[in-house]
Design a protein. Sequence first.
Length: 437
Amino acid sequence: MNINVIGTGYVGLVSGAGLADFGNHVVCSDINKDKINLLKNGKIPFYEPGLTEFVKRNVEAGRLSFSNEVGESIKDADVIFIAVWTPMSDNGEANLSAIENVAETIGRNLNEYKVVCTKSTVPVGTGEKIRKVIEKNKNSKINFDVISNPEFLREGSSVKDFLIPNRVIIGVESEKAKEIMKNVYRPLFINETPIVFTDVKTAETIKYASNAFLAVKISYINEIANLCDATGADVHVVSKAMGLDNRIGSKFLHPGPGYGGSCFPKDTNALVKLGKNKGVDLTIVKAAIKTNSKQREKVYNKLKKLFNNNVKGKTIAILGLAFKSNTDDVRQSSAIYFIEKLLDEGASLKAFDPAANENMKKLFLKVNYCDSLEEAVTDADGIVVLTEWHEIRGMDLEKVSKLVKTKILLDAKNLLNPHELKRLGFTFKNVGRPNVR
Ligand code: UGA
């Protein structure tokens, strides 16, 4: 099939390369000329493991190309994927202006029947809005279908998530479009990946319901971790044992400083707002949002306690800036909260992240960004661990204990062995593991 993916963010680019890998001919288009020029030169505008080689392989096979001519790419395509961003507005709602612009462009360039497919995370009912905008802007009686195919890609492992998905959701209301989508995802049909065909509104709901559920799960385990802190139980064992129950599942039960990133905070708020607009009170999702914002504060206060509530004049090493490992993305990262608070309270900061130093530099200049973990911890009065990079998890604690000025450490992600920390003489805290001290 000839496919046009509009939007070359991580969703658009990974999906474009993935669809090309499935044997389709894909043009990824974007109005941002700088991005397209980078891509044409074989460069990826952000860090995503394996993506450079994945894109290269498909470009070299002649199945993947890039273009600034969005209108022309639309004309040549059988299926158009919309993968532009839907950021959070001030009132919590998803901002759909980029989607509306794209729908208008599609309408103006509709030269024959096409399937228009939404990949971006959009509120229930957006498919219908897109249909109306295209209808208004198209200048002939040409037919089209608007369908929904939400993405479930995790940053840091999106290439694998695209090629080996748990499931594919396709909201489609015409047989013709359904057959076309079966062709688009042919290799996944052949290997019997679960593919759920449903209507557009249900597909849109599945995406929000899934992300919000995972956010609820994280907030739940964070509350249990706080309870463990108060009772002396070990959340690590609680979470492991809970996960052994197939009905619960072991994933997304890792406590920490709260979830971040460009999806969970935005999508939970958008879902609550959608519910409110429809007269449905989503109390559980609202509670998860509240717990999440309190969690950062709680974990930050643990750090302060380690310094007798006074961090003024202290040099603190922050290990991990990205909102999670294997990405350079710092959007809604707990490190932002920690940096803001610590600078405000008069601490000096050194920081190390294997990929996200540059992005954090754009937000905070008053931090000494280091090229290595060792450099960051040298002469520090304390360490805070915020991201689960392997390099941080596997740090040589013996060596670190000799480099720091004072052996004080907050492990906000429960990555380090508490017994080893104790043996090396660290004064430390983690999240919900009090009895191992
Ligand atoms: C999330 C979903 O996992 C994807 O399925 C979805 O496609 C994507 O949003 C999206 O809507 O585009 P992502 O934001 O990349 O993916 O990252 P996750 O791995 O889900 O992590 C989100 C946050 O939750 C991170 O801050 C992570 O540290 C935190 N988290 C995750 C926990 O605190 N505990 C856990 O057990 C798991």
